[in-house]
Design a protein. Structure first.
Length: 313
């Protein structure tokens, strides 16, 4: 699974892996109900399977938003109970909701009553001083009691006071064993682990203990990480595409977006890591960063940047 992606990023990542589930960036219920739905929710059919992640704490609004997302064609709707930013604290959603398991259960129940697609949840192992295994288990049991069976667990607690969102992604220690224990003690639930996972071999190791793995920024900064996922994780044939193959397959989509008025910089920022670790990668990133923002920039920027990469990649 790959989380926190926008529509251009998802299209690009789907060219690399055909089977990983791609998640949207978190979208608030207010935005879903009152914002520009096509801009926020629209996606290409090429992106399936794709899940939408919602932020909110009002059961009625979440149920309504879930229904709208299902109507848009999403394969899954996920409730975010893991984001620790100030914005979500002020809006009474995200990780702060871990202190209110009964409310979260009502939200999940309302969503499940409204849609036929799976309703899942993404949470932390704890927040602030509510960070014991027993606290997490109580939260999971409260939500599971209304029928939710899929939990994506970020294996770090969140400090809602004193740490920034960036610090919350790195400073609280990873406690993978707590997530493993959760799976052992609740074998009927589907437990997916998240946090600090950067390599395929790490994914395979985690899968000895849990049902799934979610990666985020590691795949964003090094998207070719997903190139072996289909074969090694999903046991499906590896298409064997090179980085250049993926770029060439992406160019028609880029051109179509440019024709619709989307600026190149809004698309190219998602592919800067394609050649991560390859000779010429720095020049590739620099050339795109220096030229994609220009008003008339087109796919020739990406084609020229690719010429700065060592042949055969």
């Amino acid at each position: 699974m790959m989380d926190y992606t926008d529509r251009h990023d998802r299209y690009f990542l789907r060219l690399i892996s055909q089977h990983a589930v791609l998640y949207t960036e978190m979208i608030t219920t207010g935005a879903v109900m009152h914002g520009d739905r096509e801009r926020l929710l629209g996606f290409d059919q090429h992106e399936h399977p794709v899940a939408v992640q919602l932020g909110g704490s009002n059961p009625h609004d979440l149920a309504t938003s879930a229904y709208i997302c299902e109507d848009y064609g999403y394969d899954e709707v996920n409730l975010n109970v893991g984001c620790p930013s100030d914005r979500v604290k002020a809006g009474a959603f995200g990780a702060s909701l871990m202190a209110q398991p009964d409310l979260v259960a009502r939200c999940i129940d309302a969503m499940q009553q409204r849609v036929d697609i799976p309703v899942t949840i993404k949470c932390r192992i704890g927040i602030d001083d509510m960070d014991s295994y027993e606290d997490m288990l109580n939260f999971v049991d409260s939500v599971a009691n209304v029928g939710c069976s899929v939990f994506i667990v970020h294996a770090r607690k969140a400090w809602l006071q004193g740490l920034s969102p960036k610090e919350n992604r790195a400073i609280p220690p990873l406690r993978y064993d707590d997530v493993y224990r959760l799976k052992r003690e609740r074998p009927n639930l589907e437990i997916i682990i998240n946090g600090g996972i950067t390599r395929i071999d790490e994914m395979q190791e985690h899968l000895e203990h849990v049902d799934g793995v979610m990666v985020g920024r590691a795949a964003y900064h090094n998207p070719f990480l997903l190139a072996q996922v289909d074969e090694l994780i999903y046991q499906q044939p590896n298409p064997g595409k090179s980085r250049r193959d993926i770029l060439q397959a992406f160019l028609p989509y880029v051109q179509a977006q440019l024709d619709q008025g989307v600026p190149l910089k809004a698309i190219s920022r998602h592919i800067l890591g394609l050649f991560q670790g390859v000779t010429g990668a720095k020049a590739w990133r620099r050339y795109i960063s220096e030229n994609a923002y220009k008003k008339q920039s087109g796919i020739e920027v990406l084609e020229h940047a690719a010429q700065l990469i060592q042949d055969g990649i």
